[in-house]
Design a protein around this ligand. Structure first.
Ligand code: NOJ
Length: 535
């Protein structure tokens, strides 16, 4: 049985992702901001989260809504100023809420002074800070690499007669991380924010940071389907996840280790075996390589239970797991699996072993909001209009109450709100024992109270084509059996060779709570329960 040894805050804790444009507007310009987040800290404390990760708030031309940074140590006036950031940090810490920022080291904005210098002439000292290449003899780009947001990844620069590489928009040139000056500059950015007292970083596309030294062509993806982004036509074998990236990750970890209690979370979309390498050997990688299994896989009990076990089994010694259901780049969980299963998903996220990250609004069951084509803002949606890839629907303003624009702004919101915000909002759900918000809050509270659920071991018990079940256990504390029906039809749980006795502590259907259960348990469609086992 798992001994309850000391765990670090980011192992025990729950992270909450804030997309700052959409959380709370304080100056009525229709865009969320830092003072807005500060105003809502009491809510986050009430909800019970331990840390917030705020998507980029830095100076930026906003070609990719802040993921195109023109000054890594400046706050964009839309979001506020440095004083307001300091206040947010102080107020969050006063409530024991840690603050994580988004670090975007793979690329800058094309308006960043580094890039302006780099593109000014071939012999500029910063020329090598970015990835410049000659055209092929026929004038075409140096290789076949594609950009995530459509088209070739190479942009021709008329002035200096070379191409530069951009893995995302042409307004987001990739830095050359093989250059030691680039390394130093970005590691200093990390120190700047750590010195201010932030508690960690979520690191954007960390697996993109180093490219093949020979810039070989990527192979064709034999499984490409036309509905997919054009980027998926090739397998990014040479443009991402290069072995040398781990040297860079190690450097970043060393900077974090110059301080106490900091956490680095890497954004990595890779299969489990490759993901594990980002933990590094002997704790030299990121603390948490984001685990997107629950976010990318079809909602299928057998597939998910196998994957959970595979992930658990693949973790390096002392590698700490983590789980994510939604983020600002993907459809929300409610839109993927429906509102009834979103309750089951909440229980899964908050009872698995490992740090959960909750995406703002998921706790009230926010759904992807249909955005009329002429209102689309996201470059991914605009560049591939026929593929339904816009990320706007999952980025709409937080629904606080039933007042104008759900209490988000009295100005014109930058993205339209869900039409049902009058009914689905924080205020309406707060006092409703059956709401999604009450479910989230109670799950969070239970997880905080019970060491078995926050740091205990994970023991898979039984799964089939409908259900997943596991036990969470910590020495000297109560154990819990978690049963989740991932379908709409009833099912039975039969613990073979295992004697089960206990009481339902928490259920997606609260009427079940308090019922005693034993070895055969009958679950309705969309039901999930947490059973406190009798000792
Ligand atoms: C991943 C971020 O999550 C996404 O929003 C962004 O567009 C790309 N990286 C480029 O920075």
């Amino acid at each position: 049985m798992e001994k309850t040894k000391q765990h670090l805050w980011w192992q025990e804790g729950i992270i909450y992702q804030i997309y700052p444009r959409s959380f709370q507007d304080s100056n009525q310009d229709g865009v969320g901001d830092l003072p807005g987040i500060t105003q809502r800290l009491d809510y986050l404390q009430w909800l019970g989260v331990d840390a917030i990760w705020i998507s980029p708030i830095y100076d930026s031309p906003m070609a990719d809504f802040g993921y195109d940074i023109s000054n890594y140590t400046g706050i964009h006036p839309l979001f506020g100023n440095m004083e307001e950031f300091d206040t947010l940090l102080q107020e969050a810490h006063a409530r024991h809420i840690r603050v994580l920022l988004d670090l975007v080291p793979n690329h800058t904005s094309d308006q960043h002074p580094w890039f302006l210098e780099s593109r000014s002439s071939r012999d500029n000292p910063k020329r090598d800070w970015y990835i410049w290449k000659d055209p092929l003899p026929d004038g075409s780009p140096p290789n076949n690499w594609l950009a995530m947001f459509g088209g070739t990844a190479w942009e021709w620069d008329e002035h200096t007669q070379q191409y530069y590489y951009h893995g995302f928009l042409k307004e987001q040139p990739d830095l050359n991380w093989r250059n030691p000056e680039v390394q130093k500059a970005m590691l200093d950015v990390m120190r700047f924010w750590f010195d201010k007292g932030i508690d960690g970083f979520r690191i954007d596309v960390i697996f993109h940071m180093i490219k093949d030294a020979q810039f070989r062509n990527n192979p064709v993806n034999p499984n490409y389907a036309p509905h997919q982004a054009t980027y998926d036509q090739l397998l990014p074998v040479y443009s991402t996840d290069q072995p040398e990236v781990h040297d860079i990750v190690r450097m970043m970890r060393q900077v974090a280790d110059e301080y106490e209690g900091k956490v680095l979370i890497g954004e990595i979309y890779l299969p489990i075996n490759k993901l594990m390498a980002y933990y590094g050997t002997n704790h030299s990688g990121v603390h948490l390589p984001f685990n997107f299994q629950l976010l990318t896989l079809p909602w299928d009990a057998q597939l998910l239970s196998t994957t959970i076990d595979q992930y658990e089994g693949a973790l390096p010694l002392d590698g700490w797991p983590n789980w994510v259901l939604s983020n600002h780049d993907q459809p929300r969980i409610t839109s993927r699996v429906g509102i009834a299963q979103a309750r089951v998903a909440a229980m899964l996220l908050l009872t698995l072993r490992g740090t959960p990250t909750v995406y703002y609004g998921d706790e009230i069951g926010m759904r992807d909001v249909p955005i009329p084509f002429e209102e689309v803002q996201d470059p991914q949606g605009l560049n591939m209009p026929d593929k339904n890839l816009s990320r706007d629907p999952a980025r709409t303003p937080m629904q606080w109450d039933s007042s104008q624009n759900a209490g988000f702004t009295t100005g014109k919101p930058w993205l339209r709100l869900a039409p049902n915000f009058h009914r689905e909002n924080v205020l309406a759900q707060k006092d409703d024992a059956y709401s999604m918000l009450s479910l989230y809050r109670r799950l969070i509270q239970l997880r905080r109270q019970e060491p078995a659920l926050s740091v205990g071991s994970y023991i898979p018990v039984y799964s089939d084509n409908q259900m997943i079940s596991y036990i969470r256990q910590a020495e000297g504390h109560d154990s819990f059996l978690v049963l989740l029906n991932l379908t709409h039809r009833p099912c039975y749980f039969k613990a073979k060779n295992l004697e089960i006795k206990g009481t339902i502590e928490l259920a997606t259907v609260p009427e079940l709570e308090g019922t005693t259960v034993d070895t055969t348990i009958n679950l309705g469609g969309d039901e999930a329960i947490i059973v406190r086992l009798s000792s």
